[in-house]
Design a protein around this ligand. Structure first.
Ligand code: FES
Length: 121
């Protein structure tokens, strides 16, 4: 079953901003890039470094540790099929951000199977 976590108000993630939320001992980095929302696991798939403060170039996020770049909208590395960043569906419901965990397809969040809980952050 999918789970939606509430990640605060959309007003806290206006275009150009990023935000960290914490749930179940993991951190998830949220980005608003020109109105497009993205949510990623804040752990680089290369060696686990925090990605939240990495430099953004468009939708490409550069890991502060060793410089690998990942597209925050897809999780993919440009020009490589090697490592892939974990991404999560994110949406806005009545002005509140919701991130879907353990969800293979974003549209399933619309089902009643989605249970909500607070992110605590
Ligand atoms: S830990 Fe991110 S590139 Fe090495």
């Amino acid at each position: 079953m999918s789970r939606c976590i509430q990640a605060g108000s959309i007003d806290e993630l206006v275009p150009g901003q990023r935000k960290l939320v914490f749930v179940d001992g993991r951190s998830i980095a949220l980005f608003n890039i020109d109105g497009t929302l993205s949510a990623i696991d804040n752990s680089c798939p290369h060696n686990g470094a925090s990605l939240a403060n990495g430099q953004l170039e468009g939708t490409l996020l550069r890991c502060p540790a060793h410089g690998l770049r990942f597209d925050v909208t897809t999780g993919c590395m440009p020009g490589s099929v090697g490592l892939r960043l974990k991404t999560f569906p994110i949406r806005v419901v009545e002005g509140e951000l919701e991130v879907v965990l353990d969800e293979p397809a974003p549209q399933r969040c619309d089902s009643l199977a989605c249970s909500r809980e607070n992110s605590g952050g």
